[in-house]
Design a protein. Structure first.
Length: 267
């Protein structure tokens, strides 16, 4: 494909995704008094200051970072060894395990909210961030398991054999050889789990009651209450809440691209 043809395809594609975000960012800079105008006469950061000053947004961002980071770490810590065992150790019933994981991921969250609420209440984990991490990790585990199983299967089998010949145990070969090589795929799975936990609303609004423990989706959903705050302040809050996710995505961009294309070319 020629460069001109590539740009012809890429520009509409990028515009489809970036224009709504650009309009949101522009709205966040719009003066409240000029909201009815087609275009603002000037831009202002007052809306961002107001968003940070009220609604507990800054605390919600910190809570979401803690919950999303812990969810990604826990899901990867559980999924990586299981994926390695399925992909390289020939575990009996590996395909059935993957099918069961996929079946579990099909359950609608609303159907599991009530039983999870009862379980967390019995464990005294309601209205706590760990009580949110555990359900998030359990529901994101199938995604991580599927992605990492494909990642480990795409790695050359000679790597594992060579590590075993050199005297490594299966666990040693996993930790010292295959895990570093699989870093791009692990980064991809971790980012997807992080975004899932960052965006989840149903469990967060059900299991958390204290304003100090709200995550970003809950804070935005309840921001201002009854539309007390103008739309420009809500747009500013949404823009500020998007920055951490964008920063994480940019930080792991190269590894994610490598992970998505791993195994696409053989040899």
């Amino acid at each position: 494909m020629s460069p001109r043809a590539a740009w012809t395809v890429a520009v509409p594609y990028l515009a489809f995704f970036l224009l709504p975000l650009g309009w949101l960012a522009l709205t966040s800079l719009w003066p409240d008094a000029e909201l009815a105008r087609a275009l603002p006469s000037h831009l202002t950061l007052e809306n961002h200051a107001a968003a940070l000053a009220g609604g507990g947004l800054a605390r919600a961002v910190v809570n979401s970072l803690l919950v999303s980071g812990a969810t990604a770490a826990l899901a990867l810590a559980l999924a990586a060894p299981a994926a390695f065992a399925i992909a390289r150790l020939g575990v009996r019933g590996g395909r059935a395990l993957l099918a069961a994981a996929l079946a579990v991921s099909m359950f609608p969250p609303i159907a599991t909210a009530a039983p999870l609420y009862v379980a967390l209440r019995a464990a005294r984990l309601l209205d706590t961030l760990p009580g949110l991490v555990l359900p998030y990790a359990s529901f994101s585990l199938p995604l991580a398991l599927w992605l990492l199983t494909g990642t480990f299967r795409a790695l050359p089998a000679e790597l594992y054999r060579a590590a075993r010949v050199d005297g490594c145990t299966p666990l040693g070969a996993f930790r010292r050889v295959l895990l570093p090589v699989a870093a791009p795929g692990i980064a991809t799975a971790g980012l997807l789990v992080f975004v899932f936990a960052w965006n989840e609303l149903l469990y967060a609004v059900t299991f958390l009651t204290s304003p100090a423990r709200r995550t970003v989706p809950v804070a935005l959903a309840l921001f201002g209450g009854e539309f007390r705050d103008p739309i420009v302040v809500l747009a500013a809050a949404s823009t500020l809440a998007t920055i951490p996710v964008v920063a994480v995505a940019v930080l792991f961009q190269r590894r994610v691209v490598s992970g998505l294309t791993a195994g696409a070319v053989k040899g």
